[in-house]
Design a protein around this ligand. Sequence first.
Ligand SMILES: Cc1ncc(COP(=O)(O)O)c(C=O)c1O
Length: 430
Amino acid sequence: MNPFHPENRGSWIDYDERYIWHPYTQMQLVPRSIGVERGEGAYLYLSDGRRVFDGISSWWVTLHGHAHPKIARAIAEQAAKLEQVIFAGFTHEPATRLAKKLVEISPDGLDKVFFSDNGSTAVEAAIKMAIQYWKLLGEDRTEILALDHAYHGDTFGAMSASARGYFTKPFEEFLFSVNRLPFPDPSEPESEIRFLEALRTAGKRNTIAAFVYEPLLLGAGGMLMWRPSILEEALNIAKEFGLLCIADEVLTGFGRTGTMFASDQANTKPDLMTLSKGITGGFLPMGITMASSKIFEAFLSNDRAKTFFHGHSYTGNPISAAAALASLDIFETESVFERIKSIETAHAKHAPVLAAKHNLKHRQIGTIAAFEPMDNTGYLSTKSLEWSKRALEMGLLIRPLGDTLYLLPPYASTPDDLAFAYEVFDAILT
Ligand SMILES: Cc1ncc(COP(=O)(O)O)c(C=O)c1O
């Protein structure tokens, strides 16, 4: 059937049900998607006319707010000038300016910028760089260390580094094995000690290529938070044994944890860092893997076989780079960190009240607050579907991780928006 033939023309929302296979969606249980017409600031406007507060920054990407005019304008201008060009042997102004800017604002020692197009590919590139680095040096270091509850993406390398669970189960025999470290839960000081000891024991083997971790916040693993001092100790141990440290800042980058990067909260810095999600302000796909000069230089050779053979068609896309530059410009020209602070303050005001009233565990880092019942039943909990539905009816978009409810709002959110979100949480939990 030709859907564009006048006789077959229905509403575009009907085409969704007929033609689209949505991510992370059991299509038999959720056949009907919710149409969105437009976005502005912290709000989405649905096809049925409702206005909804975007409590999760549309999967953690929308940074300043939806349809920020400065980013929209930069995209339009760049699209009219140079929309895409092969990035091997050729380059362009937006990518070069962005790379310079990222090196300036990122943790010390990250001197080179490698482009890809999403968070998973940024992680894939980082892991491949780490493995090839040791091969180039002629050292037999092939093992990867990662945290319990980690999530690094859905491609095979990123899945391998992620904790095993429903997402990875069908592919288990195809994933490379990874040494798991216990998660350093601040509410259980012994787990912090166990984590550091496990890292030290693994380091001593001299077979570890890299330690990949989400600094301070494990997002998809349940918005689990860990302490900057433990991060710093871990990096010190890893460096003592020569491990490459890969900070996956796909979620935490660009202010989410209260500092530009979560890695800024520890004095010891990573060797590789991945970025995506908020990098373009949440407008366009882009992945970044930043590397130290030491790693970059190990690949330099007259032997072309020693090249880093990795790339994607849209690597370094000029429109995405222009969006990223515009987003970074907003950090410089608008009071973004004041907005971040005001979101932090709103959480600090409402979160303990909500947690006490409903007997929840709660935690907060920067602009993110998370809550879970004392008896968390895991990712497939049906409570989360009910909560999301009721919240949406009241005008709030959320997507709990199992029984873990959280707020991760765009920076355009006001104290009133946050107060409203907490009222909705109170209602759905009552
Ligand atoms: C820490 C982290 N790394 C990697 C990814 C994968 O990013 P993407 O969904 O863009 O592939 C995510 C996505 O949620 C993430 O939170």
